[in-house]
Structures are given as structure tokens and as C-alpha cells.
Design a protein around this ligand. Structure first.
Ligand code: NIG
Ligand code: FE
Length: 414
């Protein structure tokens, strides 16, 4: 049994399972009057015109793609989707210009979410996160990376990573796990940060790796949080234990986080709002994917965004993500992120879609299975009510999803 989508006005394939750079980012391999043939869980044929007819077998579902834009299922490669509570009480503080790191130092921000998350059970956390994943799926996302980091002790970090596992097994969305014990210094180690870092390195990372609770390790390299040296140490130990590297780099201040990502040949450097020229060069030279989070830049009211145009011109593979979290980006929608990427960072629609599909898949080491519509890939497909790709981004602030296919099954029909 299969699904055939025929007569697609705008079939955005993003073909080519590798990091798209420079001019390649501007080419989303669009096919007009396209078709996609899905059998079981996989894509078996892609083309234009009537060629789909030879693949029709009894029982296939035939969908009409007229008036639609069809893309690979969107990939969200940076989220903090497992947490308890919310932080709307910080809104007046933000409006009174109290800074993000200042709120954190006052025991708010990440630390207040840590307090709520520590108290919550696996079931409660999974219930909350499941609702967020449902919203993501409804907005066209089919694969998500999820970071721990609101536990900050081994037991609570393990609890969050177990929620990731549970959701990966029970929700249509695929969840890729990242351990981010180095997200903040918890209040009990405020006066003894070295001891907390020792615990991350000597207790948490070995345990998490041994129990296969995460695939990546990440840390918050930022003025007032973890220093570049501390992050280097944590990431190197993560690598020794078989974890792949991600780094929250230069989100607010320039602390040579991008340079560190280059030096370590990390898979990704993420945020990069304040990345230096040398940092951008280091990313390009070392094939590090830059995961940009423009909804966070908007929400932090920094008045600036990561320099996406310069990064693309200099040959950095750019990916985009929601950063879905309760503090700096409370949104599940990659369609929102499209708006900020276009109107905040001047990325072109074809660049944006490459950044949310194939380059995002590269950011989580999944480019061989998802991120493009081509034979052999998993049938993860988003169908939008847009006659072309420009229209999808031009008409903003709404959910344009018509249908979502995950693993060869229609999971959203609106
Ligand atoms: O990516 N920068 C660190 N972590 C998140 C924010 C987490 C929070 O504020 O709860 C981020 O922006
Ligand atoms: Fe983040």
C-alpha cells in the first residue's frame, strides 16, 4: 500500500544528501507539476508529469497536489522541548530591559524551569512535551532534536533523556537526544562551579554514554554561564565517550564559541548571533553546520540577528531551528522561524527550506534518511496550502499545513 501525490504545483525536493552551501543553498531542486510515489515507509519515485501512473497499485491513496507546495518533512535540529512550567512572568522584566543573563543570575530564567522540571514525573514531562510535539507535527515538523538541561543533576537529566526515548518510541515525530548538563550552574553549586563541572565530566557523561541516553553533547558557551575553556573540556570528554558535538555558541556575547566549534570540528555551532568574523571562517573551514535560531534573536529583543548572509557567502552550511523552550523561544512552529529567517536575516525562500530540511538533517546526522524527497529516503513529507514556495513565506502568521506524511502514513489532515 502506498501514497501517490500527483500534479504538485511546487514540489520542493531539496535533493542531495549533503550540506548545502553558497549557491547550492539557493537551489531547492524544485520540480513543477511534480509527483511523489510512496510505498510502505519509503519514497520510491519522484518526477514530473504522468510518470507516477506506472507505480499505481490497488489500495494506493492518491492525493492531488494542485495549489500545493510539497516539501520534505521539516527537521527541527535545536529544541529544549522537554520541560515543566512556563515563564510568562519574565515578560514585564524583559520589557523593563532586564537582560536575559541578568534574569538567570537572579535565579530566574533557566533555573526556574529547572526547579519545576526537577519536581515533575516522567509522565508529567512526557505529557507536556507530547502536546508540543503534536503542535510541531501539525506545523509540518517530522524530526526533532531534543536537549536535556533543565535537570542539572544526574537523576533529573536521565529523567529528561528517558522522556526523549519514550516520545521517540510513542510519537510519530522522531526525536534525537542531546545531553546538555552544561546548560547552567545549578543553585547548589553556585559557589563551587568546578565541582559541578567535575560531576558533568566524571559522572554524568560516562553514565549517559554507557546507557545510550544521548547521541550528542551540547553546552552553553556564554559570558556568565560556561567559559570557552570549560566547554572545550566538557565537549572533549563527551567525544571520548562517543558523543557527537554541538555547542550553544556566541548567543549574546562573542566568546569565541564559533572558533571553538571549528577547532573541535563539532557537528554544529548553534545561535551565533554574536559570532566573530574569525568564528564564521572557522565554521566554514571545518564544515561545521551553523544552526541559526532567529525566533530567539527576535524574542530576546537584541535588535540583531545572526549574520546569515555573511555565513552563506563565506561557505557555511546554514540550518534553522525553533529553539523551542520556555524562556527565549516559546514556539513550536518552524513556519514562524521562516518568517524571522526571511524578514530578520534576509534569507531567501529556497535557502530557508534547505536550511529546515537537508541542512537541518545534517545538523543531527540524519541526512542519509531524511531531509529530502528522493527515492530511498523515508517518506516524511509536508504538504502546504501554497501555490509556490515564495507564497508560503510571503503569507505569514498562519499555519499553511494541509497534510503531513510521516514514515509513509498520513498523520495530519487539516
Ligand atoms: O537556546 N541558551 C540557552 N538555552 C536556551 C534558553 C533556555 C531557557 O531560557 O530556558 C536557548 O536560548
Ligand atoms: Fe537552545
Amino acid at each position: 500500500m502506498g501514497i501517490i501525490i500527483k500534479n504538485i504545483d511546487c514540489l520542493v525536493t531539496c535533493e542531495g544528501s549533503y550540506r548545502k552551501k553558497k549557491e547550492e543553498m539557493k537551489d531547492a531542486k524544485i520540480i513543477e507539476n511534480g509527483y511523489v510515489v510512496v510505498k510502505e515507509e519509503n519514497i520510491v519515485a519522484v518526477g514530473s508529469g504522468e510518470g507516477y501512473k506506472e507505480y499505481i497499485t490497488q489500495g494506493d491513496t492518491i492525493l492531488d497536489g494542485r495549489g500545493k507546495t510539497v516539501t520534505p518533512g521539516l527537521v527541527d535540529p535545536h529544541t529544549h522541548v522537554v520541560y515543566a512550567g512556563s515563564r510568562e512572568r519574565e515578560l514585564p522584566l524583559k520589557l523593563n530591559k532586564v537582560g536575559y543573563i541578568e534574569i538567570l543570575k537572579m535565579g530566574g530564567g533557566i533555573l526556574s524551569t529547572v526547579e519545576n522540571t526537577r519536581k515533575a514525573s516522567v509522565e508529567e514531562l512526557a505529557g507536556e512535551a507530547r502536546k508540543r510535539l503534536d503542535i510541531m507535527l501539525n506545523h509540518g515538523t517530522t524530526t526533532v532534536e531534543s536537549k536535556s538541561g533543565y535537570g542539572l543533576d544526574l537523576e533529573s537529566e536521565e529523567k529528561i533523556l528517558k522522556v526523549n526515548q519514550l516520545l521517540n518510541e510513542s510519537h510519530p515525530i522522531d526525536v534525537v537526544s542531546t545531553f546538555m548538563g552544561a546548560h547552567a550552574i545549578p543553585k547548589e553549586y553556585k559557589e563551587n562551579r568546578q565541582e559541578f563541572i567535575r560531576i558533568i565530566n566524571e559522572e554524568m557523561i560516562p553514565y549517559i554514554s554507557e546507557h545510550k541516553l544521548a547521541e550528542f553533547v551540547d553546552c552553553f558557551c556564554e559570558e556568565g554561564v560556561f567559559t570557552t575553556e570549560e566547554c572545550k573540556n566538557i565537549l572533549e570528554i563527551g567525544r571520548q565517550h562517543g558523543l557527537k558535538l554541538k555547542i550553544h555558541a556566541d548567543e549574546v556575547e562573542s566568546v569565541k564559541g564559533a572558533e571553538l566549534a571549528g577547532e573541535l570540528k563539532a557537528t554544529t555551532a548553534e545561535h551565533l548571533i554574536a559570532a566573530s568574523d574569525d568564528g564564521i571562517k572557522a565554521l566554514a573551514d571545518n564544515d561545521v553546520v551553523a544552526v541559526l535560531l532567529p525566533s530567539t534573536a527576535f524574542y530576546l529583543m537584541l535588535g540583531k540577528y545572526a549574520r546569515a548572509r555573511e555565513m552563506i557567502d563565506k561557505g557555511v552550511a546554514v540550518a534553522l531551528a525553533t529553539d523551542c523552550n520556555p524562556g527565549t523561544s516559546p514556539t513550536e512552529s518552524l513556519q514562524n522561524v521562516m518568517t524571522f529567517a526571511c524578514f530578520g536575516m534576509r534569507m531567501f525562500p529556497e535557502e530557508i527550506i534547505n536550511a529546515m530540511t537537508i541542512n537541518a538533517a545534517c545538523a543531527i546526522d540524519r541526512e542519509r534518511s531524511v531531509g529530502s524527497i528522493e527515492p530511498g529516503k523515508k517518506a516524511d513529507i509536508a504538504m502546504f496550502n501554497s501555490k509556490n514556495l515564495n507564497y508560503l513565506i510571503y503569507h505569514f502568521g498562519i499555519n499553511s499545513v494541509d497534510k503531513v506524511i510521516k514514515n509513509g502514513k498520513i498523520v495530519v489532515e487539516r
